[in-house]
Design a protein around this ligand. Structure first.
Ligand code: GDP
Length: 423
């Protein structure tokens, strides 16, 4: 059984919570793209955890976790993240964590370049998380990145460090006028923070192939959402990796298999971090109210998120991109704060009403068309069955299913692991 869990919107849909819940039925959880630029927040009986690089399955003792080749791994960040989890009693060993030998390493100079470029752009900045993600993916495709499996060949590593330092300084030193990167500091970093993971690095493709042949259940965990995908998202305000479910087998290490199921995670309202078009955006007090109600501050960066009502146009597009067989609607409880709930049902573009998600330049001109739905104004966080929900909440769910042409399999009504309703 091969299942992907992916984001339908701009990320922060609550994927971590759902992977944490669903992982009870899986043997293996794999991250297949991205780095430590986003965070999953998971709250369960063991406490509250913020995971940036580690798959959410790490919180279950019996699950094996994989960091796939599609990822970019900041080994220092990984070391710190693991340390924090271990302090809370989470076991992380080569038995329950396997790191692809083909995964690429995010270096300090990638973080540096990310910051230098954002500073150069000033008010035109992209709103990068400044974790070095775009520079490291660029290097991957330039074939100038270090991979995890390279760490253990001392002689060739030294040679590559020298070549890469020389090449990097064409931009770091000559381009941005910053102090140069040296081969010594590259090697020092890789030995200090990379070597720690030596026993965890393996041919993940072979491990997953055998596991799949043995009938093990594998869950692929995405970071961010469809609208941040490098190809299908709001380019150039996207992430630098493919957040799409179809990429999961490739980024995990078993490109030849087909997914059995894709579960899309979609939020009952909208949130978006960073720059770029966000058509349904609320401003001022309206935004503050929803941001506070939903606790919309970045898990990785603490940045206040931009917020707005549920967007039918963007969400329908996200569902289509992900090929979601079923959808989980999260954070429905947050909408309990409203007498009337707004939803964005269409966009107005150059005087015309449109229902298809347009290109980025058109999006920047598009205006939202809002409709109002009746709210329920009652605490639903204790509801565990559909029948326990107020009729207005059931109407809202039905409206979303009809307008987005999707099937909602679960609705989440709280941050805790068990705060879900099977539909
Ligand atoms: P992810 O990156 O998609 O995992 O999303 P985040 O972890 O950044 O954001 C989701 C946040 O909402 C986390 O703090 C979760 O604990 C919380 N959360 C998830 N589902 C629900 C829900 O149904 N209700 C409420 N109130 N919080 C939720």
């Amino acid at each position: 059984m091969l299942t992907a869990i992916c984001g339908i919107n701009w990320g922060d849909e609550g994927k971590g919570k759902m992977v944490d819940l669903f992982s009870r039925d899986y043997d293996i959880v794999c991250r297949y793209q991205g780095g430590n630029n986003a965070g999953h927040t998971v709250i369960n009986e063991r406490g509250k955890f913020v995971l940036n690089l580690l798959p959410s399955g790490i919180l279950r003792r019996e699950v094996v976790n994989v960091l796939g080749n599609g990822m970019v791994i900041d080994v220092k960040h990984l070391t710190n993240e693991a340390q924090k989890l271990r302090e809370k009693g989470v076991e992380i060993t080569p038995e329950n964590l396997k790191i692809s030998d083909k995964a690429v390493i995010t270096m300090p100079y990638h973080v540096l370049l990310d910051c230098l470029e954002e500073e150069r752009l000033k008010d035109k900045k992209f709103g990068s998380t400044r974790r070095g993600i775009a520079p490291v993916y660029a290097d991957k495709y330039m074939k100038k990145a270090f991979r995890m499996g390279e760490l253990f060949d001392e002689k060739s590593l030294k040679l590559r460090a020298e070549e890469i330092a020389e090449w990097k300084n064409l931009t770091v030193e000559r381009g941005y006028g910053h102090a140069p990167v040296t081969a010594e500091e590259i090697l020092d970093y890789l030995y200090t923070f990379g070597m720690i993971w030596k026993d965890y690095v393996t041919d993940v493709g072979s491990f997953l192939t055998h596991a799949n042949e043995e009938g093990k259940k594998i869950l692929f965990e995405a970071q961010l959402g469809a609208l941040r995908d490098i190809d299908f998202g709001i380019y150039p305000y996207t992430s630098s990796s493919s957040t799409i479910a179809a990429y999961a087998p490739i980024g995990a290490g078993i490109p030849g298999v087909k997914l059995d199921k894709c579960i899309g995670i979609m939020k009952a309202y909208s949130s978006c971090v960073g720059e770029g078009p966000f058509t349904a955006e609320y401003f001022g007090e309206k935004a503050d109210f929803l941001r506070e109600a939903g606790g919309e501050y970045g898990a990785a960066t603490g940045r206040p998120r931009r917020v707005g009502p549920f967007d039918v146009v963007a969400s329908s597009y996200g569902i289509r991109c992900q090929g979601a067989d079923e959808v989980v609607l999260t954070k429905l409880d947050i909408l309990s704060a409203y007498d009337e709930i707004e939803v964005c049902t269409a966009y107005e573009l150059d005087g015309k009403i449109i229902h298809e998600f347009p290109s980025t330049n058109e999006l920047l001109r598009a205006k939202p068309v809002f409709e109002k739905r009746k709210g329920w104004r009652a605490d639903i966080t204790k509801c565990r069955k559909k029948e326990e929900l107020p009729p207005e909440a059931i109407d809202y769910i039905k409206f979303i299913e009809d307008s987005c042409k999707c099937r909602l399999s679960y609705v989440a009504v709280g941050a805790e692991r068990d705060a879900v309703i099977k539909m």
